[in-house]
Write a protein that binds this ligand. Structure first.
Ligand SMILES: C[S@@+](CC[C@H](N)C(=O)[O-])C[C@H]1O[C@@H](n2cnc3c(N)ncnc32)[C@H](O)[C@@H]1O
Length: 262
């Protein structure tokens, strides 16, 4: 199944996962870090592979001007439907048909370029990072959420599938079956940082995302107090080794230096 057309058929499954407590945990952690790094004033943000618009809408609700791009007509339609239900955000969100290898933003730069949950479906992270980095304005941020290659096998082990876990760990696998039942590829956070640096960006500390709560399935439904406690635990561990290395996902950030004044 090709990464792009595949999402036309798994749109509903992705929406269900994204809305589950596990999905929310990831969005809440990523949003918290992004809001801490973004300027307080409205920033121009590009969300590549925006899916059903979860982060696009969250960042717009925080006051930013957000362009969400996705090649899947179904995902874009879902994002548009969610935007329609939030008319107060209409003038802060633009949704466009865009895929990484043909981004229609000639001459445009953004204060933040996000690409969350996309690299795992692509075989060539270096080309992807080069394209994304090229759209980051001076002083701006590149935010990538990828599957963590370092922790492949941990989910299976904690869920009790010891044979699958052992196979993945012993073979040093760089891919495993993801949330939607498809094989997805992992990236090493240091390798992503190196790629960003090759394009003139300065890597910022990366975080591990979903360390202790990844092996539950989407029916995990903690009560609000338990969810809040899980979120704070994940946040505390996300920036500390060795815990962060075990996150199912890694959130890397890199900043382009401001233009020097001459
Ligand atoms: C797992 S979803 C992530 C959606 C959203 N970024 C999030 O974090 O909730 C992956 C998205 O990447 C999109 N996608 C797949 N291949 C792509 C490509 N080559 N360029 C841009 N987006 C792509 C899919 O259509 C899908 O909406």
């Amino acid at each position: 199944m090709d990464a792009v057309t595949g999402f036309d058929s798994v749109g509903a499954a992705y929406a269900a996962h994204s809305d589950s407590a596990r999905g929310r945990l990831r969005h809440d952690l990523v949003e918290r870090r992004l809001l801490a790094e973004l300027p307080a004033t409205p920033a121009r943000i590009l969300d590549v592979g925006c899916g059903n618009g979860e982060m696009t809408l969250r960042l717009a609700a925080a006051g930013h001007q957000v362009t969400g791009g996705d090649p899947s007509a179904r995902m874009l339609a879902a994002a548009a439907g969610r935007l329609e239900a939030r008319p107060e955000l209409a003038d802060r969100v633009r949704l466009v048909d865009a895929r990484l290898d043909s981004l229609p933003f000639e001459g445009e730069l953004f204060d933040a370029v996000c690409c969350h949950g996309v690299l795992m479906y692509l075989d060539e992270p270096d080309t992807a990072v080069a394209r994304l980095a090229g759209l980051v304005a001076p002083g701006g941020l590149l935010s990538i959420l990828a599957k963590n290659r370092r922790s492949i096998g941990a989910r299976e082990a904690l869920a009790g599938d010891y044979q699958a876990a052992r196979r993945l760990i012993v073979s040093g696998a760089d891919r495993s079956i993801g949330n939607l039942g498809r094989e997805t590829r992992g990236d090493d956070p240091d390798a992503l940082d190196r790629l960003a640096a090759e394009h003139g960006l300065i890597p910022q500390p990366w975080q591990g995302v979903r360390i202790f709560n990844d092996h539950f399935d989407d029916t995990w439904a903690p009560d609000p107090a338990a969810y809040a406690a899980a979120l704070e635990l994940e946040w505390a561990a996300s920036s500390r080794s060795p815990y962060r290395d075990m996150g199912h996902l890694v959130h890397t950030l890199a900043r382009r230096p401001e233009r020097s004044r001459s």
